[in-house]
Design a protein around this ligand. Sequence first.
Ligand SMILES: O=c1[nH]c(=O)c2[nH]c(=O)[nH]c2[nH]1
Length: 295
Amino acid sequence: MPSLASARYGKDNVRVYKVHRNQETGVQTVTEMTVCCLLEGEIETSYTQADNSVVVATDSIKNTIYIKAKEHPVDPPELYASYLGQHFLDKYPHISKANINVIVHRWTRMEIDGKPHPHSFFRDGEEKRTVELVAARDGISIKSGIDGLTVLKSTGSAFHGFVRDEYTSLAETWDRILSTDVNATWAWKKFPTVAAVAEGVERFNAAWESARKITMKTFAEDESASVQNTMYKMCEQILDAVPESEVIGYSLPNKHYFEIDLSWHKGLKNTGKDAEVYAPQSGPNGLIKCEVSRS
Ligand SMILES: O=c1[nH]c(=O)c2[nH]c(=O)[nH]c2[nH]1
């Protein structure tokens, strides 16, 4: 006899834009996000018995996403997601969990003639700020993150000493190109209430800035022995910088740049210390992940 093992539903890809207009200075500030909201609870009969009396329509969920963005600040996204998630628990007794994902897109203020422009912005990269939040009856779990921060260093990275056997063709290297699209997350200790999220709310933007700085500084300055070792150093530092974080995670593709032997053409030297022109690879790529927690 089949039984419903798990179920959640809601609205995905809800695009939201909010502007704040400072009436005194005339300066406007904008936020653009993509929101996903999926509900769980006593909703089994909607699947098993066509009982729609337990269904908050996904259209109403979409409306709620807009209304909560109007009623509350959307910066930081962790606080907005908390208000949104808690709303579904407060309003509908049969809903036990609201899973909220927020992706914040970059709109960076333009500088015109050396001055920040009051209402014009540009997209300075596809990097996103992310929030994965679960609002439940026993509290609010939040994982914040960075996604799609593309970085490259042209030296200061090595990879040697790895297993060599009859499957190995990769040469050891003491100087290689290192490039990746950073996905980093930091999970917060559970918050008992929205009020606890709101109290000391500066923690969220401060953590995002620290994580971003640590990621870039460590990437740039570490004499990397491997992706594994460099990412572990990043995790250690974020745990230190963000005392309320519990688990730091990284997922890093190793985007390969291959040397090209051009010696067949007039003896051109383009390998080893003479390598200048490389072939960036779109795949396959390495994929290295880890999570680091406090022991
Ligand atoms: O930093 C690296 N880690 C690996 O595990 C690995 N494997 C590989 O082929 N190249 C690399 N580079």
